[in-house]
Design a protein around this ligand. Structure first.
Ligand code: AHM
Ligand code: MG
Length: 336
């Protein structure tokens, strides 16, 4: 193979700029905004990689708004995202799983058009054991007629209004997956050059997979419909047998589901009757990506993307996956 036969390397930055050229009207400010996310996630991955070497492991000592003990890396990841994003003049508001209230930056200036909502380090209970964790982000635009100061109007928008969403999974490699509503693309961080390089162009979910992913320890408190669904999968669907895979880091479990098909679900449980995952910064961006890749994302009954949020940290049941498994789930829930 000669050098000219080789496919050129496309970095995430190039990809965003090329995409914007195809769609005149899209402005460079948006790629500048996304570069804040990519830089922050490179900094987070550098810390995650060294987690076992430094004194970064362990609890920070605080309890966050969800009542969970914050990990040092949660705090670091949150700070890094705030630091990098707050210098992007197009961003007016930041909201994070780790902060009770949204943080307004330059929201009262005409340049500030976007709100970025994120979970800085999802699955952080896995940090101490070397298992993959992730960052999720969702980007919303200030509604045309919303007052600059009306923070709720910026943030309380259904997932259909997202202008971009994505995640980074810090696993055996670090992979950024994002969409601006024109397909889903994945980029693997090349540590040698410090750049995210296009590795998964136009990701499409298979129609059916072979894995289901759920915390089965909660099974006794699932409703009859969910239990029936899991029974059906165990007996096989369309002649296909299933295996279970559940890491306990949503981003890693969803990443596998996007690539291999199947289903990831977190149904209502006795402990979390309204679901465990957070609508705005976990379920919404994931649902956006899954739909863009040809999959389906619901709370069991409704499209996640159509749920009208009422508070920043609200939770929702969530099921995302391939068409065959998601249709079977809908059928089981309807009949039960
Ligand atoms: P976190 O944002 O506090 O890390 O919680 C979300 C995580 C998800 O990554 C994961 O899917 C789920 O919680 C695991 O919960 P459980 O241990 O109840 O199965
Ligand atoms: Mg989380």
């Amino acid at each position: 193979m000669t050098a000219s036969d080789r496919k050129p390397i496309v970095t995430v930055q190039q990809h965003i700029l090329q995409d914007q050229r195809k769609f005149p009207g899209a402005s460079g400010e948006f790629s500048w905004l996304l570069s804040g996310v990519t830089l922050a996630t490179k900094m987070i991955q550098a810390k995650v990689q060294r987690a076992g070497l430094s004194d970064i492991l362990g609890e920070f000592g605080n309890v966050n708004v969800q009542g969970e003990i914050q990990q040092k890396l949660d705090v670091y990841a949150n700070e890094v995202l705030h630091h990098n994003l707050s210098v992007r003049e197009s961003i007016g508001i930041l909201a994070s799983e780790e902060n009770e209230k949204p943080i307004t930056i330059k929201h009262a200036t005409p340049d500030a058009k976007y709100a970025v909502i994120f979970d800085p380090l999802d699955g952080s209970s896995n940090i101490d054991v070397g298992v993959g964790v992730g960052t999720t982000f969702s980007i919303l635009k200030r509604p045309e007629n919303a007052d600059y100061h009306d923070v709720d109007r910026w943030l309380m928008q259904p997932g259909t209004k997202q202008v971009a969403a994505g995640y980074v999974v810090y696993g055996s490699s670090t992979i950024l997956v994002y969409s601006v509503g024109r397909g889903v693309h994945g980029f693997t961080l090349d540590p040698a050059i410090g750049a995210y390089v296009l590795s998964h162009e136009d990701m499409r979910m298979p129609e059916q997979g072979k894995y289901y992913s759920v915390n089965e320890a909660n099974r006794d408190s699932f409703s009859a419909g969910y239990q029936k669904f899991l029974d059906n999968l165990r007996h096989g669907l369309n002649g296909k047998r299933y295996s279970s895979r559940y890491i306990g880091s949503m981003v890693a479990d969803v990443h596998r589901t996007l690539l291999k098909g199947g289903i990831f679900l977190y149904p209502p449980t006795a402990e979390n009757p309204g679901g465990k995952l957070r609508l705005l910064y976990e379920a919404s961006p994931i649902a956006f990506l899954v739909e863009q890749a040809g999959g389906i994302a619901t709370d069991g009954f409704r499209r996640i993307l159509e749920i009208e949020p009422t508070s920043i940290h609200e939770r929702t049941p969530m099921a995302v996956g391939s068409r065959v498994e998601m249709e079977e789930l809908a059928r089981c829930l309807k009949e039960s």
